[in-house]
Design a protein around this ligand. Structure first.
Ligand SMILES: Cc1ncc(COP(=O)(O)O)c(C=O)c1O
Length: 404
């Protein structure tokens, strides 16, 4: 397997704040995913919740089968820009939106039998009328608690999780009605957060022990996302063999819906140092950036255990110049809790490159405090040079439209 190429970004060529997606790195990830898809015979859908820069979908859809969406808005975007295979999962659907969901989706995954029973008739009526075969599935919660280093926020099998039907509930329904799975084409589970093929290998038998007896009557089983497939250390050959064997055992199609893995280490968020605050009695300096951690990197404020890497920086103890980065909003907590150190002293105007800054950050940006939404740029080869190609710049009108 080809190793990830190095970043070629020259941060002096971009205006901050900016999300930069590196074309070559994105294609590297997509080729790796396509390799898994082609070799294993599974289908792969982009989980748009992790990244939805649709102007690039024209290229992305050459590698993947379709999109996996979480809402009507994402479904419309997936249908419009990615193509007709749109798989939706939401913890609950709203009856006022369901007709539009039917128009835009090819597969609908329900979180409970209750929702399936509520909408089943509507799906069947729509499919018949429009001669569009919409396939439905049920999300299960196999209660294989993988844990997540960053806490239960990212753990779908946490003890009090609302996600998916548990085995006990599943069996109870089937005991009352042996035909309860009729009309359903698939089963879906999403249980991982930044896990690898060894975790998948470990939990598949546990899931099969509970639910395996039902798989043979289905068309597909969706393994969800949360696998670091595009990480250099991930053994894709193992994944391919796990999928192939699963398909053989049950005669089903396997679906994967990676989000983070599609854009894993393909982009960065670049900021500039606006000021450096020094405090008596505080052992580090506080550079204030033209980004906001609260508005642009919310996950890292909510879950301080998530690791945020900054190019050229070490941990608190590595170099002698120690910093705590602060954002440009008025919120006291708009800062990173970890400390970073640099070999050289930082100064006003320096560019700070936040690694792996695309996944889940770009989609979650807010304009809290009216802060500037970072540009979106594609870093691309043009002849012998690399150039930034502006995809979108946001302005006052974008802020105003959200406020009224
Ligand atoms: C149902 C579902 N599918 C897929 C994903 C994508 O996961 P990841 O981005 O970790 O690959 C998620 C993430 O929350 C999810 O909830």
């Amino acid at each position: 397997m080809k190793k990830r190429p190095s970043s070629t970004l020259d941060s002096s060529k971009v205006q901050t704040p900016v999300f930069v997606i590196e074309d070559e790195l994105l294609k590297h990830n997509l080729e790796r995913l396509k390799y898994v898809k082609d070799r294993s015979g599974c289908k792969i859908f982009l989980a748009m919740k992790a990244w939805a820069t649709w102007p690039l979908f024209k290229m992305v859809k050459k590698y993947l089968n379709g999109s996996e969406v979480s809402s009507l808005n994402e479904a419309r975007l997936g249908f419009e820009k990615f193509g007709p295979e749109v798989h939706i999962y939401s913890p609950a659907y709203k009856s006022t939106e369901f007709d539009e969901i039917l128009k835009n989706c090819s597969h609908i995954i329900f979180n409970s039998f209750g929702q399936w029973w509520q909408f089943r008739h509507q799906v069947e009526k729509f499919s018949k009328k429009h001669r569009k075969n919409i396939e439905c599935g049920l999300r299960i919660n196999p209660e294989v608690n993988m844990g997540a280093d960053a806490g239960d926020m990212y753990n779908p099998c946490a003890p009090d999780s609302r996600l998916g039907v548990r085995f006990g509930e599943f069996e109870k329904v089937l005991k009352n009605d042996q035909k309860a799975l009729e009309g359903l084409s698939g089963i879906h589970f999403h249980i991982f957060f930044e896990k690898d093929e060894q975790d998948l290998e470990k939990v598949l038998p546990q899931i099969e022990k509970k639910f395996g007896k039902y798989f043979k009557q289905l068309k597909w089983v969706n393994f969800g996302g949360g696998q670091k497939i595009t990480d250099d250390n991930y053994d894709v050959e193992k994944l391919i063999s796990l999928i192939k064997n699963f398909k053989k055992r049950y005669g089903v199609q396997v679906h994967l819906e990676p989000g983070a893995a599609v854009v894993w280490q393909t982009g960065i968020l670049v900021a500039s140092v606006l000021d450096i605050v020094e405090r008596d009695g505080v052992a580090y300096k506080i550079p204030i950036l033209d980004i906001s951690f609260e508005a642009h990197l919310m996950d890292f404020v909510l879950s301080p255990d998530l690791e945020l890497r900054i190019r050229g920086a070490g941990g608190e103890k590595k170099y002698k110049n120690i910093y705590q980065f602060g954002g440009c909003t008025c919120l006291a907590g708009d800062k990173l809790s970890q400390l970073y150190s640099f070999p050289k002293e930082l100064k006003v105007g320096d560019k700070i490159v936040i690694e792996d800054g695309i996944q889940y950050s770009l989609v979650k940006v807010t304009m809290f405090n009216g802060v500037q939404h970072p540009d979106i740029v594609l870093w691309k080869k043009a002849g012998k040079e690399y150039i930034p190609k502006l995809i979108r710049r946001f302005g006052y009108e974008d802020f105003k439209k959200r406020m009224g």
